[in-house]
Design a protein around this ligand. Sequence first.
Ligand code: NZQ
Ligand code: ZN
Length: 386
Amino acid sequence: MKDFTFFAPTRILFGKGKIAELPGQIKNTADKVLLVYGGGSVKRTGIYDTLTGLFKSAGIAWEELGGVEPNPKIQSVIAGAELCRKHKLKAVVAMGGGSVIDCSKAIAAGVYHKGDLWDMVDKNDIKRALPVFTVLTMAATGSEMNGNAVISNMEINEKKAIKSELLKPVASVLDPTYTYTVPRFQTASGVADIMSHIIECYFSDVHCAAVQDGISEALLKVCIEYGKAAVVTPTDYTARANLMWASSLAINGLTSCGTGNAWSCHAIEHQLSAYYDITHGAGLAVVTPAWFEHILSEKTLDKFVSYGKNVWGISGEHPFAVAKEAIARTREFFTSLGLPETLRGLGINSSGLFHQMAEKAVKDDLANAYVPLNEDDVVAIYSSCL
Ligand code: NZQ
Ligand code: ZN
C-alpha cells in the first residue's frame, strides 16, 4: 500500500427529515446564501418548499440560481458567481444531483477568482472558496462528500474536473426518500457511476490493500443488490438508503487511499459527454465492460479473478473463464437495469470523432492508468463500444 492522507471533513446528515438540521449548520457561517437547483425536480417534489420554509424560520436570506443543466455548463457558474458578488452572499447551498452540486462548488470558488472562470476550471486554479452545503437528491457522483466538480464548456467541447479540499462540502443532507422520484434511467445511470468509481480504484497495480479491496467489494455488492431493487421499486427505502451511502463512500477518498492510478473509464467517458452531452453514468455502463475486455491479460488476470469471485460469486478453476464471466455479468447487469449496451444506444452512430476524443482523453494521465492507454488503445475501446 502507498502512503496517503485521508481527509473527509463533510458532516453527513443522513436519514428521513434530516434537512431540518441544515439551517443550524449554515448559520454557523452564513445568514445570506445562494440557493442553487436544477431543472425543476426540487419544486415538483416539494424539497424546495421544505428548505426555503426552514430558511425563513431560521432567518436565512437567499438569492436563487435555478435551471442548472445536467453536465453543468460554465455559463451557469458565471451567473452564480455574479449573483454571489452582487448580493455579497456568504455560502452556496446546492439542492440536487451531482450537476447542481458541482456547479455550486465552481461558483463558490469562482466568486474569488479574478478573470475568466473557464480559465479557473481549465487550470484548476482554486485559491479560496465560499462554504458549500448540499441537499442531495440522487445517488451517483459522490460530489456531496468530495472536493471535485466537473464543468463543461460546449463551445470548445471540453469537460474538465476541478479538485480542491476547499470545495469539500461543510455539510450534506442525505435523505433517501428524496431519491424516490429519480427516474429509472437516472437511477440506473447513478448505479453505474457509483460502481465505476469503485472499479476505477479497485483495479489497481497496488497489491495488499486488503482494507480498500474489502470495502470496494462490499460496496459493489451493495450496488448490485440494491441497484436492481431501486429500479424495480423506486420507493424501497432500504435500497435507496444503501445506494445513497454507497455513492458517498465510493468517491470520498476511502477506496482510493494508497492506490492512486489515473482513472481510465472516466477519462474516456468525459469526452463522450463533452462532445455529445450524454448522461455520465450511462456512458460509463457502455465503456466499462469494453475497457475490461481491452485490459484483460495474464498481467491483470488475478484482479479480474478476485472481482469475479468476491463480487459476482463466480466459481471455477479456469482463471480466464472466471474473468470473462465477470465481464459478461457486469455488462448484463447494466443492461438489466435498462442501460444501453452500445454507443448507438446513446445516440452516437459514427466513429468520426473517436481520434479527436482519444487525443484529449489520454491527456487525463492515461499513461499512468492501471493499464497505460495510448490514443490507439482509446480509439479501439470507443470502436468496440459502437
Ligand atoms: O435538474 P433536475 O430537474 O433536478 O433533474 C435532474 C436531472 O435531470 C434529475 N433528478 C435529480 N434528482 C432528482 C431528479 N429527478 C427527479 N427526482 C429527483 N430526486 O436527474 C437528472 C440528472 O441529474 P444530474 O445532477 O445531472 O446527475 P448526476 O448526479 O449523475 O450528476 C452528473 C454530473 O456529475 C459529474 C458528471 O460528469 C456529470 O456532469 N460527476 C461529478 C463527480 C464529482 N463531483 O465527484 C464525479 C463523477 O464521476 C462525475 O463525473
Ligand atoms: Zn463518475
